[in-house]
Design a protein around this ligand. Structure first.
Ligand code: OGA
Ligand code: NI
Length: 339
């Protein structure tokens, strides 16, 4: 518990265990702003406009693996209240958070620090993280934090809205790829996880990381990144900053969707850098297959091409993902088809 960055960071210099080697440090903290990921307006997705939106989503998913959405239908107060309640959670006194602190993956609702690999990583990350499932809501809400008092109510509403938005985007993706309607419904999107991050102000952002370079393993991520800079996407050999846009969501393609699309869509590497002035709070809503789902490239997408991946159970993917999450080549290699 005393390991949580939010519990000890005040008036401290950066401990040695948080200093990354030069090759994985943020390097230049100022990233180019001339290049940005696409912003897609989801309002009025009917008729010709729907076709145009689908094309924009597909293009962004191919070129960047990332896009932002505006006019997405999630009310502003639902977004604001959820962000407030996550901040409040992380800023509560240590004793209110103590019972949730755990580095044991068997605990499905838990508060951890740095990363899921705390015990085996060489360098720690400047980040605290609260994660819990959101499906089935009636069951899992009972294990969510009880403080702040309104946490469960606010996050339940938020998770219902985030799920609706995610499934709507997946439906547009399916249509764009030429898959049947509902392709990503059912078991392929049955698991939903909320992962809230807190990156306190950092004494030396140039030496450490909030999150190291990684790809998300799931199908789709709907990220509420708040108003503070920090997220960067790796694109064509350079890092580009994802500009915080009020009321927008950042959406990114996970490894599983890249595989199902037979590499037509791309799961892009991204990372989080810290800053010295402001605490940054973000909330990722991950949509993933249920653990026994069989994942493989969609047959109708392969056509005359070769299937680039073999079939596997989603739980096997996760087991291989977490220990290797900082090297996506190693993650994906195991699931490629044998030539
Ligand atoms: C993640 C992630 C980005 C952020 O949780 O996988 O990439 O802005 N988060 O916190
Ligand atoms: Ni991520």
């Amino acid at each position: 518990m005393e390991k949580l960055v939010s519990s000890w960071y005040k008036n401290k210099t950066l401990p040695e265990s948080y200093i990354f080697p030069p090759e994985t440090r943020p390097g230049n903290l100022i990233v180019p702003t001339c290049k940005t990921i696409p912003v897609i307006d989801l309002g009025n997705a009917v008729g010709q406009n729907r076709t145009r939106i689908i094309q924009q989503i597909l293009k962004a998913s191919q070129e960047y693996g990332f896009f932002q959405v505006i006019n997405h239908g999630i009310p502003e107060d639902v977004m604001d209240q959820s962000m407030d309640v996550f901040k409040e959670f992380f800023e509560m006194p240590a004793e209110d958070k103590a019972m949730l602190y755990s580095q044991d993956p068997e605990n499905s609702c838990r508060l951890l620090t740095s990363s899921v690999n705390y015990g085996r990583e060489k360098f720690h990350h400047w980040r605290d993280n609260l994660r819990h499932p959101c499906h089935l809501l009636e069951d899992c809400i009972k294990i969510w934090p009880q403080k702040p008092i309104r946490y469960r109510e606010v996050v339940a509403t938020y998770s219902i809205e985030a799920k609706k938005l995610g499934l709507r985007i997946l439906e547009l993706v399916a249509e764009g790829l030429g898959l049947e309607s509902g392709h990503f419904g059912g078991k392929l999107s049955e698991s939903r996880l909320l992962s809230a991050n807190y990156y306190p102000p950092c004494p030396d952002p140039s030496l450490t990381m909030g999150m190291s370079k990684h790809c998300d393993p799931q199908l789709l991520t709907i990220l509420h990144q708040g108003d503070v800079n920090g997220l960067q996407v790796f694109n064509n050999g350079e890092w580009i900053g994802v500009e915080p846009l009020h009321n927008a969501f950042v959406v990114n393609i996970g490894n599983t969707l890249q595989i199902i699309s037979n590499n037509k869509l791309k799961s892009a590497a991204h990372r989080v850098v810290t800053n010295s002035n402001l605490a940054r709070t973000s909330a990722a809503f991950f949509i993933a297959p249920s653990r026994y789902s069989i994942i493989e490239p969609a047959k109708s997408l392969i056509g005359d091409d070769v299937s680039l991946y073999r079939a596997f159970e989603f739980q096997d993917f996760l087991l291989h993902y977490f220990p290797n999450m900082e090297n996506n080549e190693v993650v994906m290699e195991r699931f490629r088809s044998q030539a």
